[in-house]
Design a protein around this ligand. Structure first.
Ligand code: DC
Length: 214
């Protein structure tokens, strides 16, 4: 049997990774994996357990004994904590502020990489994140890096009702020592400023289909 195909979609915050990844997964009938949601789940869980997110030692210790399950519902992978999916809780401003700290912990990154690679058991994947093409699936032939100008990305977040300092978050994600945000080697870079999600996903799908039939 052929090994599952993994489409890696990396990029800056609000560059359209989620919208496009979902559109691509739907069009190709692949499974969608939001790895940011996995980091958010741990950040939320740290809050539940009153862990100091600035302490690498405490976060690592919590992650080490964390009991989770991977589940696939309606074509999307979910990370469950004690059989619970904290869908709303991981999108709060509090979790958004905590997540870059948790995501910078080397033990957490190794743990996440292992979990994310396990997702291939569900089938072909469209996986979005910051280090998918560079670190989680560096062997994949399908790597895309999305970006857009900061003005447009901020406007997109505001339209979602979120007021966030995206430049600061990107800077933290790019400057951390462990698996920083970067353009993966061999990635197709797409700056989608002024483009709709339909246009961006169409462009990406065309690249994928061409490569799949090469
Ligand atoms: O995509 P998002 O905003 O839900 O991601 C939440 C945070 O997790 C963000 O600060 C970047 C981090 N992240 C990461 O470091 N690596 C990933 N593969 C996915 C997200």
């Amino acid at each position: 049997m052929n090994s599952p195909v993994v489409i890696a979609i990396d990029g800056t915050s609000a560059s359209g990774k989620s919208t496009n990844s979902k559109l691509i997964a739907k069009a190709l009938e692949f499974i969608y994996v939001d790895t940011g949601a996995m980091y958010r789940t741990l950040a939320w869980y740290c809050g539940q357990k009153r862990i100091d997110i600035h302490s690498e030692k405490e976060v690592s210790a919590l992650c080490r004994k964390w009991k989770t399950t991977l589940d696939c519902v309606n074509g999307q992978v979910r990370l469950l904590v004690d059989d619970y999916y904290p869908e709303k809780e991981i999108r709060t401003a509090e979790t958004s502020a905590a997540v870059p700290h948790v995501a910078a912990v080397p033990y957490v990154r190794d743990w996440m990489k292992k979990k994310q690679r396990e997702c291939t058991r569900f089938g072909n994947l469209v996986m979005e994140g910051r280090d998918i093409g560079s670190n989680v699936f560096p062997e994949t032939d399908f790597k895309f890096y999305l970006d857009a100008c900061i003005k447009e990305r901020s406007a997109r977040r505001e339209a979602e009702g979120v007021n966030e300092n995206l430049a600061a978050r990107d800077q933290r994600d790019s400057q951390r020592a462990a698996a920083p945000l970067m353009v993966p080697l061999g990635a197709t870079v797409i700056n989608n400023s002024g483009m709709t999600a339909a246009e961006t996903s169409k462009l990406i799908i065309a690249h994928i289909v061409k490569r799949l039939h090469r």
